[in-house]
Ligand binder design. Sequence first.
Ligand code: ADP
Length: 431
Amino acid sequence: MKQKRTFEEGTTLRAAAMIAFFLLLAFITLWLRFGVDSENLHNYLFGAIVFCVALVTVSVFQAFKISENAEAITEKMSQQIIDSAHDLFVELYKKSPVPYILIDRSGLIDSTNIAAIRLFKVGVGELDGKNIFEFIEGDDEVHIDFLSDKFIKGLSINDEEVRIKRSDGTTRWVLLSLFTFNDEKNAEQHGFLTLVDITRQKDIDKAKSEFVSLASHQLRTPLTAMKWSLELLFEKSKDEISEGEMKYLSKIGSNLERMGLLINDFLSVSKFELGTYSVELAPVNFSEVVDELIDENDHRMKEHEVTIEKRFDQNATSITSDPQLLRMIIGNLLTNAIKYSHKGGTVVITAEKEEHKFMIAVADSGMGIPLEDQEMLFTKMFRARNARRDVPEGTGLGLYIVDSAVRTLGGKISFDSAENKGTTFKVELPV
Ligand code: ADP
């Protein structure tokens, strides 16, 4: 409608300008044709000036009207764009295949889209007013409390793996992300929750871990048989086999050893991934465990010309913990410290005990970890670039196992490292 009026106004303006132009043309033609006597000249001029002023006034008036209309049109179009963007957003929110949920500051559900309704197996509006955190299961209670605390503080949550409980009693694994935003009208905090169903990937991961676990178990038996046979061969044929043959047998022995360690690592990884590791706490003589592990690493220490120093607080020689997990933690850290030390280096193991925690540190002055690789260090099968270049032997499973073992025991692990200066791993276990 507005656009039509503007068109009319534009036409009027053009018509007025044309009439004025023709009148002016007629006036000039008459003047040139018949001449003007000096008496009437001022009348002609006055008429022409009045006419021009009138014309300018009409033009300015019309110009203002046009600009007013243009502003109104722009405003209307912007509103139309906002309205259509809003409609589009609402449509996307409703029909997106990703489940979306809007919650208020305390976690109460304001609205759910169709995908969320399907995921939870509920009817439309059935979840409204209920607390979202009641439908989420984490690793433990603390996990969920931690998530809701984070949200209340206005912090975002990214890709957190949790399980959700559905109305039919089943659960699904989801990646939960929660973004906070403020409603400008009421100055209130809200949450926008997305849930990506990863149950299928989890099932595939589980099947893979089960396969690795089964394969590792099956490999153990023939490996043990081979080790025994080799030992028998060593014992019985000591005098009958040549030095060269002995070398080959030793090589077979060390490779069987390596295979055994690798299989143990595979088994540990699959146990942690399947969540089948059951912690069995018992009193452990920490000092003795470290001595045993030093013995087991004897050949490595000799090969790398590394010495080991123990600095234990007097009260830190024993601890109540899971002996197997503790061995995994110290064993892997110690092996790494020796393996990545420079020749002639010293590895220092310290232990301190406080009221509620047992603190262990394994420090070396070896190759260190490049800064850009430090973030990925506890990722499964990750090896830093200097280790890949200088120490070919390694799987990148050790630190993943250490991290999983520490977390299974409810502890924390951290490290300080500088390339070519050394690395210190610190483990804190609850006691
Ligand atoms: P790997 O079998 O490669 O030793 P780990 O999981 O035990 O696997 O360690 C992962 C990577 O972390 C190593 O490849 C190495 O890059 C780095 N790393 C671990 N411990 C040390 C250390 N004490 N000094 C330097 N780098 C280390």
